[in-house]
Design a binder for this molecule. Structure first.
Ligand code: MF3
Ligand code: CO
Length: 250
């Protein structure tokens, strides 16, 4: 069932931006493959967003020069789409994209598996994606964010994987990153109480090894300290009285 909140122009714009962003990932499904480079993907995402009369949300954010973050294998998030970052069979590639439309941002990420991957990597990607849905399944107006974090953490850990704790989900709207800062782990009954109309980017980051992270010398790319692989899945949502609207899934 789709729950629709009273249509403020903010929510309307975010839903429209969300449709564009959702179609970016459909488009990516057709071009992400073995042998392609991250820079090629970034160029095509930029063109695709602009063709749809929207702006790349990450371009220019704190001096960032690209429309996507592309993070492979031991890279968790904020990977730069370098021209020599080639996708090989077996790779686990997170592609994170922002769209700004009519003054509002939407933010989402998917993990793509290149060709045949190991069972462990398939498990990592599946659990990461599913943890998002498990987490948001308890959200509605009046619920605390610790309740969502608890569900995500419990699900991820019960599948033998680790929640990255030093990177957060966040509010999104007029700005790409807004309050509150939202842990992807937590305790029931703790944290900020959400209310109807809040717009949030929920983005579990999950590692196969330890939770410790490190930033590379390019000052953007965040990797796992133990260099074990990680995955990332993200959508922008709007809180309603009965649940949430996921605006970045068609
Ligand atoms: N989705 C990313 C996040 O929430 C946005 C990265 S902004 C960029 O952290 F400038 F790093 F691209
Ligand atoms: Co985000």
């Amino acid at each position: 069932m789709v729950h629709t909140v009273a249509d403020s122009s903010k929510h309307k714009s975010m839903r429209e931006g969300g449709k564009i962003l959702s179609s970016v990932f459909d488009f990516l499904g057709g071009i992400v493959k073995e042998g392609v480079t991250a820079r090629y993907i970034d160029d095509h995402v930029k063109q695709f967003i602009e063709k749809h009369h929207a702006e790349p949300g990450f371009l220019g954010y704190q001096g960032y020069g690209y429309s996507t973050c592309i993070s492979k294998n031991d890279e968790i998030v904020h990977g730069i789409p370098y021209p020599d970052k080639v996708f090989f069979e077996g790779d686990c590639v997170s592609i994170d994209v922002g769209v700004r439309y009519k003054g509002y941002y939407v933010d989402a990420a998917r993990t793509f598996l290149i060709g045949r991957v190991s069972d462990a990597v398939r498990h990592l990607a599946a659990v990461t994606e599913q943890s998002f849905f498990v987490g948001i399944s308890v959200l509605k107006s009046g619920v605390r964010l610790g309740d969502m974090g608890y569900e995500m953490q419990t699900y991820i850990e019960s599948h033998g994987l680790t929640v990255v704790r030093d990177l957060y989900s966040h509010g999104v709207g007029r700005s790409l990153h807004e309050d509150p800062l939202i842990p992807n782990y937590g305790k029931k009954g703790s944290g900020v109480k959400v209310c109807r109309g809040m717009s949030l980017a929920i983005e579990p980051m999950v590692a196969m090894g330890g939770a410790d992270i490190e930033t590379l010398d390019d000052n953007w790319t965040i990797v796992t300290k133990d260099r074990q692989w990680a995955a990332h899945y993200e959508n922008t949502i709007i809180i309603t009285d009965n649940g949430v609207d996921v605006v970045t899934i068609a």
